[in-house]
Design a protein around this ligand. Sequence first.
Ligand SMILES: Nc1nc2c(ncn2[C@@H]2O[C@H](COP(=O)(O)OP(=O)(O)O)[C@@H](O)[C@H]2O)c(=O)[nH]1
Ligand SMILES: [Mg+2]
Length: 241
Amino acid sequence: MPHLHLDASDREEAEELRRRMRWEAEILSMNDRIAQENRDYLAGVGAVAFNVIGSPGSGKTTLLEQIIRLLGREHPIAVLEGDQETDLDAERIRRLGVQVFQINTGSGCHLDARMVGRSLPRLDLRPGSLIFVENVGNLVCPALFDLGEHAKILVTAVTEGPDKPLKYPHIFREAHVLALTKTDLLPHLDVGLHAYVENARRINPHLVIFPVSSTRNLGMRPLLDWIVRSARAERVAFSGA
Ligand SMILES: Nc1nc2c(ncn2[C@@H]2O[C@H](COP(=O)(O)OP(=O)(O)O)[C@@H](O)[C@H]2O)c(=O)[nH]1
Ligand SMILES: [Mg+2]
């Protein structure tokens, strides 16, 4: 029977791969443990966190700015901003009078539960606080790392093209909500909204999809209602009521 002969360098490579896979699995399981601690901490103060994920430039910060303008009067809001460098986004949020803490990941392509756990105590949280964690702009790495959030809000702009759910299915599967942004630009594109919705649903039939324009304030109300309702349901669940 034909069979494969592994020479010494093949065996070394296979062993290195096994070591790497074990190491990655350990990192992920440690992350999950810390994410659970974050969840317990948030439940203790009665706050609910949302992990906001999307490509660079998809409109995450602009959406958060609009959410703060529309919800900030009735609900205490705090933001954790994740970027590789700068505190430019934190400055944008601070200008709206909301508590914000910037996390710079350097070469890191995502936030992890430890970074969030260290940052949460810097926010003055109270029962009912809504925390939005803007992840590093990336559709790949953030999908793997639970931060202790109640839900993942994926932000994808219509200008990114309708094929993104097919190319990056993992994050579309992990997300609870899709904010399909920049709908004001649809008249300039050669595909309609249905193509985006259809592909997203093909990957994740349970995804709740909100087409919005943050800059024109279009379609925001259903998204805001979902945020408030799901945060309330989460608080009821962890208070055991
Ligand atoms: N036309 C339009 N532009 C938007 C919208 N949302 C964001 N933008 C623009 O997209 C660019 C990137 O937005 P930003 O919120 O910084 O993206 P982030 O990197 O995902 O945080 C900025 O120039 C925004 O003004 C929108 O709904 N419509
Ligand atoms: Mg941003």
